[in-house]
Design a protein around this ligand. Structure first.
Ligand code: GLA
Length: 648
């Protein structure tokens, strides 16, 4: 609980974009809307420090005092996501550089090189000055470090990045021989004589060394984490006792949030599913499960969402009536303890003037404003909720697997997000609760672990998966799993070397095929594609065989059942959503399903959090449903919150 509120409600507040008299109106309107929390200062560096060494905190003092007097708590941002023009002028080393050596300049945001000594020093000075001034301010309830690390620029090739990359590699491999071995540099005459010869994977004539690219991804995520930790440590050293967060952006390929989450007091996420996409709410559900899984025992915060349209898609659809509240309640159901927006008042100038806000340009006579006020009131009515209980089904998501899987020169290009989304959507189609976890677990009492396309599989993770099956769990694997080690090298003995025994099969060869290219029939009828495999079923039962494609007649789906009752189901291709659903129907035991959610229509989402059930009608039409003995008539986008049989 932050600031004494069961649920935080509010958004980014950028008062520096407005004349001071507007601020008083802002606070009055925030109170009207039920706002508890304003995130202040995210992009205020230039206003807080117009010149090096010259801080101007007077305006921020007045903003914080005004908010506090109005009973609004502050999530105070450290303002380091967009260094002002003076910081880089004459100091090109502050800027990030792309793979062709072209510099990013100021005039947008996030143009800094994460490893730049100047950037880090200036950021630390600013954060120190802010902390000294505000750690004890009664309005400050949380600190918000930087903003969306790695959202725009994460892979920096500046000179400072190159130096830091070499040091990172030296720490990892100790000797240049160790690096050569790990990167397989005997191939194409890439052998390095010293660490000084190693570069970031710059623009190159043809395919780059995949292990180098993979390490550069790891290094780049770590370099950003160092920025976060440095700011956090400055805040703590100055006496900050409030929780500290930095806002994640769900499926952000650039940052391995699983390594970050333990360093963060409250995990927070910015989530912008497309309201025009028929699966928009399902994409939202997947992201919320991912974020919840990063700190499973603690609630998280939806730090940013849009009240209606964004500005950055080619076509920006507004949210339909009720959709904003429905998607907000989905977040609460899936573990959030706060709903916040980008942003409070719509900007008059700048790149985001057409991005929706809680208080739109057209003012308080708008549907958006009415819905914002209604949601604030509704959140006040909700009972306190515990962190969500572990789900019986888990879906494995690993950042380093994502990086390696999407490397070049594979039998086919697989889209990691697409592969996993088919599975998560299938769990939603089945109304199954699903956690998103790392490959090494812990898997606890889970019944089914879904691990599609787990191409890079570390020994520890393989051992955890084997232990899960040995203890009676069901593991579902799909093609192109357990192929390489953490350096993107094949292990001795071919494919599936670590999971071969528990799967009871041999993978002989891969074939790249179009998505949905191969059919299979048998106990299940399936559509497979992407990478299909020539599989030999040794100790496994063949549940379906390919009817076409390069391996027609061969096993497409196998199952090996163990004495423990555990089993491994292996699909020799990537499955589409309907086929994934068919596999779930086969493997998820009845007692792992929520009996209250049986028979619900597809567009009705039902989620249990503690003793409370959230039922959301995402369909465009009204529905009648029965959940746990309670009859519900729900309009489109209506949300029922059931505490037992009582609707709250
Ligand atoms: C991100 C950023 C915000 C804003 C929104 C627009 O979430 O953090 O500053 O740019 O996107 O959707």
């Amino acid at each position: 609980m932050i600031g004494g509120h069961r649920f935080l409600y509010g958004g980014d507040y950028n008062p520096e974009q407005w004349p001071e008299p507007v601020w008083t109106d802002d606070v009055a309107r925030m109170r009207e809307a039920g706002v508890t929390t304003a995130t202040v200062g995210v992009f205020s560096w230039a206003d807080l420090q117009p010149r090096q060494g010259a801080f101007e905190f007077g305006w921020l003092d007045r903003v914080l005092d005004l908010l506090h007097a109005g009973g609004i708590g502050v999530d105070l941002a450290t303002a380091t996501a967009s260094p002002p023009p003076w910081a880089g002028t004459g100091h090109p080393d502050l800027y990030a550089v792309d793979e062709r050596g072209a510099r990013y300049w100021h005039g947008s945001r996030q143009h800094y090189a994460p490893t730049s000594v100047r950037y880090r020093r200036l950021a630390a000075e600013l954060v120190h000055a802010m902390a000294e001034r505000y750690v004890d301010h009664p309005a400050v309830q949380m600190w918000h470090v930087n903003n969306e690390y790695g959202c725009h620029v994460a892979l920096d090739h500046s000179a400072s990045a190159e130096r830091a990359f070499r040091e990172w590699l030296q720490d990892r491999y100790l000797t240049i021989g160790g690096l050569n071995d790990a990167w397989g540099t005997s191939f194409w005459s890439q052998r390095y004589g010293t660490f000084d010869e190693v570069t970031t994977p710059r623009h190159a004539p043809y395919s780059r060394n995949p292990a180098q690219v993979l390490d550069f991804r790891r290094f780049s995520s770590d370099a950003l984490l160092e920025c976060y930790l440095a700011e956090r440590d400055v805040l703590r050293a100055a006496g900050a006792i409030q929780p500290i967060t930095t806002n994640f952006i769900g499926f952000n390929k650039n940052v391995d949030y699983r390594t970050w989450a333990p360093e963060i007091d409250v995990v927070s996420d910015d989530c912008y599913p497309d309201p025009a996409h028929p699966d928009g709410y399902r994409h939202g559900a997947f992201e919320r499960d991912l974020v919840r899984g990063l700190s499973p025992d603690r609630p998280w915060l939806l730090m940013e969402q849009a009240s209606s349209a964004v500005n950055w898609r080619p076509r920006n659809a507004p949210k339909s009536p009720g959709q904003m509240a429905a998607w907000s309640m989905q977040s609460i159901a899936r573990g959030a303890d706060g709903i916040l927006f980008f942003q409070w008042r719509q900007s008059r100038a700048g790149a985001e003037k057409f991005h929706s806000a809680m208080l739109p340009h057209a003012g308080t006579g708008t549907r958006t404003w009415r819905e914002v006020c209604a949601l604030g009131a509704r959140l006040r009515e909700l009972p306190a909720l515990p962190a969500a209980a572990p789900a019986p089904v888990a879906l494995v998501h690993e950042w380093e697997n994502w990086w390696a899987l999407e490397g070049t020169d594979h039998p086919a290009d697989l889209d990691h997000q697409q592969v996993l989304t088919a599975w998560h959507l299938a769990t939603q189609d089945e109304h199954l609760a699903c956690d998103v976890t790392g490959a090494a677990g812990p898997f606890g009492d889970r019944r089914v672990v879904l691990a599609p396309a787990l191409y890079l599989l570390r020994a520890e993770a393989a051992a955890a998966l084997v232990a899960f099956v040995t203890a009676g769990g069901t593991l579902v694997l799909t093609s192109f799993s357990d192929v390489v080690d953490e350096c993107d090298r094949l292990r001795e003995g071919g494919f599936l070397t670590q999971l071969r025994d528990i799967a009871g099969i041999e993978v002989l060869e891969h074939a790249g095929v179009p998505d949905d290219a191969a059919r299979a029939v048998g106990q299940l009828d399936l559509t497979l594609g992407g990478i299909v495999e020539d599989v030999e079923a040794r100790e496994a039962t063949v549940l379906a065989r390919f009817t076409d494609g390069p391996y027609a007649g061969g096993p497409a789906l196998t199952r090996k059942t163990h004495a423990s009752g555990g089993s491994v189901v292996y699909a020799a291709g990537q499955l589409d959503r309907a086929s994934a659903r068919a596999v779930l129907q086969l493997v998820v035991p009845q007692d792992a399903r929520d009996p209250d959610f049986e028979g619900l229509p597809e567009d009705v989402e039902a989620v249990r959090r503690g003793g409370v059930v959230f039922v959301v009608n995402h369909a465009a039409h009204p529905v009648h449903v029965r959940v746990g003995g309670t009859d519900l008539d729900l309009e489109s986008q209506e949300v029922a919150v059931l505490d037992g049989t009582r609707r709250v």
